[in-house]
Design a protein around this ligand. Structure first.
Ligand code: SF4
Ligand code: SF4
Ligand code: SF4
Length: 408
């Protein structure tokens, strides 16, 4: 039932030995398809075996599930955007979606706006300590680990270390904090991310707390998740045992350590802005946004940008059409529009060709707004975002300028 915890692994010995953490997630996905619990599975796989090139795949053949086994740390695929943008036609079918905490949070936000419907989705959450940009990862493995990036077959972040395994089964590890201070390591938003165990999904799966490398620690987070696990046990697809209190405590401690590291990064990233006067902050962001080339990349990448008729389109009459570069407040309109619901996925910043620190700004603003409205985005499907109570017409470009000066 909801709240239950398991140590689980694939019943098939061969699969258990081959897959990460005993192959429980792969076995559950296969079972969900075979048993008709879902019609398809949306997951990520390495294109042509290249772990730096993850692509989303929609699978209906249970035999293809094995292609998605293993975690790709160097692929921060925008699963909720993909789901929203390209899969509207299959919403009347049941989908299992493999998601990181930020993916699941975006799906929750979109559900509240009636863009998605959770009753058709089975969310298989994976714990996440962070993802890497593929370019940074390759350079880091070469420069800091002294290995050929194509020899890496696995990455793991644990105990403040980045550990990698190579084709010849040797392992190399480096201190994550040191790597990140040198400009390597995780994507910037991931460093600040405090939600590592996706308890807003149907089941949250990961290695923290497992007592054997060939086991997955699973927390059941909904009745749907409970039904999946219990049916898979009954059908003989997975085997389970109950974690003891020591395993549960180990998981809690690993999570606490990752959250502490995220909070340290937040302090570090925000400190320069806290030290600025209001005018200095305004000038800083104004100079950043003066570089915007109005490519719409940030808007198009953002999984929670939900308006069907975006305020930034010229025909809305809110900004002048054809103006390039746009008014520096142009990107700020989007910032203000999403800051109460931003789930810190970093996709906007990744997409920006001018490398503007968009996710940093929006996350900072969200940290200001969230406690004032007692609203944490993407956690609870019942609570409403503060902006859901505000109409378009209440916000003017002067309001945005004033807000920027006061708050950032
Ligand atoms: S933002 Fe958080 S959940 Fe998303 S990829 Fe980064 S660490 Fe993982
Ligand atoms: S504003 Fe940026 S960081 Fe926030 S949800 Fe959108 S894309 Fe992700
Ligand atoms: S992605 Fe960057 S350059 Fe493009 S519209 Fe957004 S802020 Fe401007």
């Amino acid at each position: 039932m909801n709240g239950d915890m398991y140590l689980a692994w694939a019943s098939n010995e061969e699969n258990r030995n081959k897959a990460d953490c005993g192959g429980a997630v792969t076995a559950l996905l296969k079972f969900a398809l075979e048993s008709g619990l879902v019609d398809a599975v949306l997951a990520i796989k390495a294109r042509d075996g290249d772990r730096y090139d993850g692509i989303p795949v929609l699978i209906t053949d249970p035999e293809e599930i094995k292609d998605t086994a293993g975690v790709l740390h160097s692929s921060s695929i925008n699963i909720p955007r993909y789901l929203k943008e390209y899969m509207a036609g299959v919403y009347n079918r049941k989908l299992a979606v493999v998601c990181k905490p930020c993916d699941a949070r975006a799906i929750i936000e979109l559900t509240k706006r009636d863009v998605m419907h959770l009753e058709n989705l089975l969310l298989i959450g994976l714990n996440c300590t962070g993802t890497f940009s593929p370019v940074t990862a390759k350079e880091m493995f070469k420069e800091k680990f002294g290995v050929n990036p194509s020899d890496v077959i696995k990455e793991e972040i644990e105990d403040g270390k980045l550990k990698i395994r190579l084709k010849d089964e040797t392992e190399v590890e480096r201190d994550l904090k040191v790597l990140e201070e040198e400009g390597y390591g995780r994507r910037e938003n991931c460093r600040r991310c405090e939600i590592k165990i996706p308890t807003m999904t149907d089941i949250a799966c990961g290695r923290w707390g497992n007592t054997d490398e060939k086991m997955t620690f699973i927390e059941v987070c909904s009745d749907k998740g409970s039904n999946l696990i219990e049916s898979a046990i009954e059908a003989g697809s997975i085997k389970v045992e109950k974690p003891n209190s020591e395993a549960i405590e180990t998981r809690r401690k690993q999570d606490a350590l990752a959250i502490k590291l995220a909070q340290e990064w937040q302090e570090k990233d925000f400190a320069p802005f806290k030290a600025m006067s209001a005018d200095e902050r305004f000038n800083y962001w104004f100079s950043q946004f003066s570089q915007c080339i109005k490519c719409f990349g940030c808007r198009d990448a953002c999984p929670i940008c939900f308006c069907e008729h975006c305020m930034l389109e010229a025909d809305r009459g809110y900004v002048s059409g054809g103006e390039i570069p746009p008014n520096p407040l142009w990107p700020m309109v989007r910032v203000v529009h999403v800051m109460d619901s931003c789930i810190n996925c970093g996709q906007c910043q990744d997409a920006c060709p001018m490398e503007l620190p968009l996710a940093k700004l929006i996350f900072m603003l969200n940290k200001e707004v969230a406690p004032r409205f007692d609203y944490e985005p993407g956690i609870n499907v019942e609570s409403r975002a503060p902006s859901a109570t505000v109409t378009d017409t209440e916000l003017t470009i002067e309001d945005v300028a004033l807000f920027l000066k006061k708050s950032v």
